[in-house]
Design a binder for this molecule. Sequence first.
Ligand code: ZN
Length: 682
Amino acid sequence: MPQTNPLLADSELPQFEDFKTEHVIPAMEKLVPEAKNLIDKLCASVAEPGWDNIVVPIDEQDRKLENAWALFGHLNSVRDSAELRQAYQKALAMATEYQTWVGQHQGLFKAYKAISERKDFSRLSRARQESVKKALLAFKLNGIDLPKDKRKKFARLKSELAQLQQKFSEQLLDATQAWTLHITDEKRLAGLPETARETLSQYASQKNLDGWLVTLEMPSTVPLLTYADDRSLREEVSRACQTRASDKGPNAGQFDNGPLMTDILEKRQKIAELLGYSNYAQVSLEQKMATSPQAVLAFLNDMAEKVLPQAKREFEELREFAKSELGLEVLEPWDINYASEKLRQARFSISREELRPYFPVNRAVEGLFKTAEKLFSLGFEEVTEFQTYHPDVKLFNVLESGKMIARFYLDLYARAGKRGGAWMDVCRNRMERGNGGTIQLPVAYLTCNFTPPVGDKPSLLTTSELSTLFHEFGHGLQHMLTKIGVKSVAGISGVEWDAVELPSQFLENWCREEEALAFISSHVDSGKALPSELLEKMLAAKNFQSAMTFVRQLEFGIFDFTLHGRSSGFSQADIQNAIDQVRSKVSVVPKYRDNRFQHGFSHIFAGGYAAGYYSYKWAEVLSADAYSRFEEEGVFSPEAAADFRNTVLALGGSKPAAEVFRQYRGRDPRPEALLRHNGITV
Ligand code: ZN
């Protein structure tokens, strides 16, 4: 009988047009039990566990699940509907339950351990060894190696921690929504651009109010603090914002995250101790490129020492400007963004609109392909016949030496039912198939939300949208150009978190190089490339106050690592002390005494950036240093490009990122290039 559920068809590409929402649950109800039965059966029957009799059949089975997910999971992000969302939520619960089940499977853990202890383990390929090691580490961090009573305790701590983190987010959201400011006198909005006024008036009409409603959502606070001439208004908003979910400010004590922060840190510490570590930072670093808490703190402190002098100069310049030009005798916390914007306008009179006509989207995409062609000798071939989910979507084959090695979907424009932002997602992982060595080619989804073309006018990109396009394509190249055939360490899979942004940020550099802009940019009317004086202005504007921004990121990173790198001292006073101390060392802008920024720092208290916030800067060092080889050897240096292609882009997670970087650069990463690119002189 022919297979009618496209989620169960073993197809090279997702069969979008055959898909209906009612396929989701039956597919999951078939695939998840099949996967569980297979694991149980293998663990009970295989006497001598090895790569071929354990990993291969499980990878084959998981492949079916992943490929099904690649269809409806993607649709859930780009073509949302109430029915699909409902099915997706149910499927997500089933998939999560399956993953937890696998992570706690004693038999499977023992099988992997047996594989790693075999005499011939070292004869497996590096990728296979690495994937077994990574699996064992994941088991270990899941507490599977613990004696039974401790395992129970571990599971309880994990679930309590998850609840506390969830509560932290919920209270932050509640606190954000609890504060509003109703404005009926338009004079108070002086200075605000039209778009911001519209947003505020929309907020008001959603609540059946006339006039404007200021909220603590970003589309309200950012323009207000940046543009509002009314100083008392800025102060009011700033205070509400910086005391959210705390014991201070307009809703003091109502949604106080303070006690939760202490509980969260204590639970993490207990989890770390159960697993045999002395603090939570060590747990976090097990799956990252950075090797020790000392190394991370040394890195952040070294950066701070280098950047701080310039940050102080930038602040001094701002202070003087505010005093002489804006009549602000003392620069208060709520004046910083406002005065900075005025200074930026005075120094760099370059508007986004001035640059936009140089970047019609089709030309930018062609320029992107040409960049990749020149660097990595790739070819791109548009496919005209394929099953799609929207007429805007394009499919391309990626060719190397005339041979197809990968494919990707390009979905450029914003539309209703599509999640915002831009991202690269895996559609198919590269994988050597168990059934005789055929290769499943990697397939990527590249999704953006650019303004769609109107009539026959092409969509014009801002320079930040252009960077986004290159950024996501950089992730895509690592996914598509991998030469690894073990799916858990191929492409972006298995790459340490603090190294994942290397290829994406790396590729962004080409849209700031004159030699590349010659074919990336093309004025929509005249066809001319971006003139060099505009490029210079654009680069100078990009680095405005870069040292001040830099030290702010360091402040967050050091605070995060100070808290998670200790084994006690988690009281609210300790936490406040920690951030005060960090600020006294690396912050250059004034903060008011009641500032409770940490109560809204969900990256580390609610989310996955706990003892990981430094990753942003860490990855920037890697990408800037990787690119600096092209500054030394030429923007399109064939040698540098070939080396990058054969290391970072080819090896994926099959080797530790530090080793891959050394292989490419011939040495460890250095921060000089990042500082230089930010216009920071040491
Ligand atoms: Zn990224």
